[in-house]
Design a protein around this ligand. Structure first.
Ligand SMILES: [Zn+2]
Length: 724
């Protein structure tokens, strides 16, 4: 049996190159079951129901307490503020259930916790709908907004109030009961279709296209890396492999097999197979319901509805065109390689969808070779342990803090490989700032990709809520410090799907630099969650508009390319830091496909906006609006226009693009945020030359701490509009 991960790590590390190392706590955890994610109600899956009842009861109690409050012109400013804290108290109770439920639904494999969290989430969604439709609460908000003291309220209080009013209005508070009912119904349907879309797309590996293709084993071996070869069925006596086009194997073939006929055949199987019909149908239904929702709420379409509260105000605003030239240049280089490798192919002057992964990999291989870079050698420098040390160096430099690995309590974790960290201030008391879980490795039943989930936020626990509600609180086991005028301890989880390649010492597993960049991205979100401290939970941490909250994460990507930092944490097993030359060449790979990849992002952003702008065709279940095209066909057209890639995008790709549910009309956020964060990196951190406490604390105080409780454009002004 492996020992508890937190206790044994890092003992063997040689410290000579680096003074800042992750520290591991050796405290033994007690045996008491603390509940999943440290939530005491979740000791068993049935606990979700208890959690729902407890939270729902508190919500009703707060609601019943504030609705009779008569705010009138005689009310004091303190009374106005208190009322707002109560209203946020409601939203806090909601999120105490909905945040962890969303995490469990998206991350934890299918099982009792997933089923029960889903049920609890649906019930709580119903509570949310009822609150949004509560006209007494809405009237209370309006009275405060029209109050003579309104303008004396602190800015975050005004912002919170206006957000709540807006929220009620976009949820149809002013509509007639019949229309209100319609909205509630549509929202339920959107959630149901979206959940089915995600659920089925995550499980698509269980239902590959029901066809086999005979491929000569000899054309695969020598090209396909071992991890793919191991997944192939046994070779038949005639030398062929009866190939089943699972997503994983198709991805391997498209990237590594030089024979264009094989690539074309497997791509085509994936494109024409009807095994994705059901999941695509949920996608189209989801989009259709969103369109109806926007219309019922008086918006032209869903994109307009969604973008009302974003940095970008309308979907017609043009997205960057500056990368087209670079993208063309890169495409020409790919064509050059194709002409060289397929001299007799009459179509060797075009790159098709089924060519792109192969020729990108080819070009990248040639680039690595000509710059004496070796992926295997590079990965020696990026063990997970080193990368975590890198994050630790950053929090120390910028925030005088440290990440400390601590043992998981009994019942807290969902998999034995999850690592738990405390983020601590380097003061005398080692004040704890937040808790972060990291679930690093890919597993069969786990979604691919990386994501950060907030589980709890750093809102202020106003005593006032206790003083007035304590007599009615029915839960005697409530912690005494539940309302103590201090901040709630934030908690988040980063989930990744990196390939584990050291099973005895998981933290010695080697990562690719692209994994490093991804982990840094998610850590940027984590810092936003863990370092935010706000009066209102509704405005805390990563609660802001989607295009705003991608800024700290895309900003953090820059840190993973910084020469000084890399040389402090990217150290091989001989204790030798990565060389200057290697870093310089590595940095060149960052821009290798910058043009094409940006154009791909632009295509996806356009697809997302397009799908959420037009009405879905009522006659077919898979086509979108007046275009008479399927989502895959729309994306293929965009690829042709934006990048010059021919052929069709496979339906599989569409089913795996689950941002269409999570982001719905705001996928462009990545592009916009990347642009802003690049300017912050250059302006504020002097392109990485000024990674110090002064810069870090300014960033913490003015960006991370306020979360969304200051207008995002005011926050950005502090970092971007400097005359530098
Ligand atoms: Zn992100």
């Amino acid at each position: 049996m492996k020992k508890e991960i937190g206790n044994v790590l890092f003992k063997s590390i040689n410290n000579k190159n680096n003074s800042i190392r992750l520290i591991t706590s050796t405290n033994n955890s007690s045996n008491e079951n603390v509940g999943l994610l440290g939530i005491k109600e979740l000791k068993t899956p049935k606990g979700w129901e208890d959690l729902f009842h407890k939270k729902n009861e508190k919500i009703n109690e707060i609601r019943d307490h504030i609705i009779p409050i008569k705010i009138n012109q005689e009310s004091t400013i303190e009374q106005l503020k208190e009322t707002l804290y109560y209203i946020d108290g409601i939203s806090r109770e909601l999120c105490d259930l909905m945040d962890p439920a969303q995490f469990v639904m998206n991350v934890i494999p299918y099982g009792p916790h997933k089923i029960e969290s889903h049920k609890a989430f649906l019930k709580m969604s119903d509570t949310v709908n009822r609150l949004n439709a509560n006209s007494d609460l809405y009237q209370l908000l309006l009275v405060i907004r029209d109050h003579k003291h309104y303008h004396q309220l602190p800015n975050d209080h005004q912002l919170f109030l206006n957000e709540m009013i807006k929220e009620s209005e976009v949820n149809g508070i002013n509509l007639k009961p019949k229309e209100k009912y319609e909205i509630m119904k549509l929202k339920d349907e959107i959630f149901a279709q979206g959940s089915m879309f995600i659920e089925q797309s995550l499980n698509s590996y269980k239902h590959p296209p029901n066809v086999t293709l005979n491929i000569p084993y000899s054309s695969l071996v020598g090209h396909l890396p071992l991890k793919y070869l191991q997944q192939l069925p046994p070779k038949k006596p005639d030398g062929n492999v009866p190939f089943i086009p699972t997503d994983y194997l198709v991805a391997g073939i498209l990237k590594y097999i030089p024979d264009p006929n094989i690539r074309y055949s497997v791509h085509r199987l994936q494109s024409i197979s009807n095994c994705y019909d059901s999941v695509l149908n949920h996608l189209v239904q989801l989009i259709s319901k969103r369109y109806q929702l926007a219309k019922t709420l008086g918006c032209e379409n869903y994109s307009f509805y969604e973008l009302k509260n974003k940095l970008l105000k309308t979907p017609t605003q043009d997205l960057s065109k500056e990368y087209k030239e670079k993208s063309d240049e890169e495409l020409n280089k790919l064509i050059e390689i194709k002409k060289r490798m397929e001299p007799n192919n009459p179509n060797n002057d075009k790159i098709f969808s089924f060519d792109l992964p192969f020729y990108k990999n080819q070009m990248s291989k040639e680039f690595y070779k000509s710059h004496s870079l070796d992926k295997e050698e590079l990965s020696q420098y990026f063990t997970l342990e080193n990368v975590l040390n890198g994050l630790n160096i950053i929090v120390n430099k910028l925030f005088n803090s440290q990440l400390k690995i601590v043992p998981m309590n009994n019942g807290e974790s969902w998999d034995k490989s999850v690592i738990k960290f405390n983020l601590l201030r380097n003061d005398e008391n080692k004040t704890i700032l937040g808790i972060m879980y990291l679930d690093p490795w890919e597993r069969q039943d786990k979604a691919t990709g990386c994501v950060n989930h907030p589980i709890g936020l750093g809102y202020k626990k106003f005593k006032i809520l206790k003083n007035n509600l304590k007599n009615n609180l029915k839960n005697e086991d409530d912690d005494d410090d539940e309302y103590n005028d201090e901040y709630n301890l934030p908690k988040c989880s980063i989930t990744c799907s990196f390939t584990q390649n050291n099973f005895n010492e998981p933290l010695k597993s080697k990562l690719q630099h692209s994994d490093v960049e991804t982990l840094f991205h998610e850590f940027g979100h984590a810092l936003h969650t863990l370092m935010s401290r706000c009066n209102f939970q509704h405005l805390c941490g990563t609660r802001g508009p989607t295009d705003f909250i991608e800024i700290p994460s895309t900003l953090m990507e820059n840190f993973s390319w910084n020469q000084d930092l890399l040389q402090q944490f990217a150290i091989n097993s001989m204790g030798k830091p990565i060389s200057n030359e290697m870093v310089t060449n590595l940095k060149k790979t960052r821009n290798l496909f910058q043009g094409i990849e940006t154009q791909e992002q632009i295509s996806l952003a356009f697809l997302d906006l397009k799908l959420h702008t037009v009405e879905t065709d009522k006659n077919t279940s898979t086509n979108i609006g007046d275009t008479n095209m399927s989502p895959a066909q729309i994306l293929s057209t965009l690829h042709q226009q934006q990048i010059g890639i021919h052929g069709t995008v496979s339906n599989f790709f569409l089913t795996s693009f689950n941002h269409l549910f999570y982001y719905g009309a705001s996928y462009y956020s990545y592009l916009l945020a990347k642009d802003y964060s690049k300017r912050i990196w250059i302006n504020h951190f002097d392109s990485g030359k000024q990674l110090n406490l002064e810069k870090g604390q300014f960033y913490q105080q003015n960006f991370l701490k306020p979360g969304a409780s200051i207008d995002p454009s005011l926050i950005l002004n502090k970092f971007i509009n400097k005359n530098k």
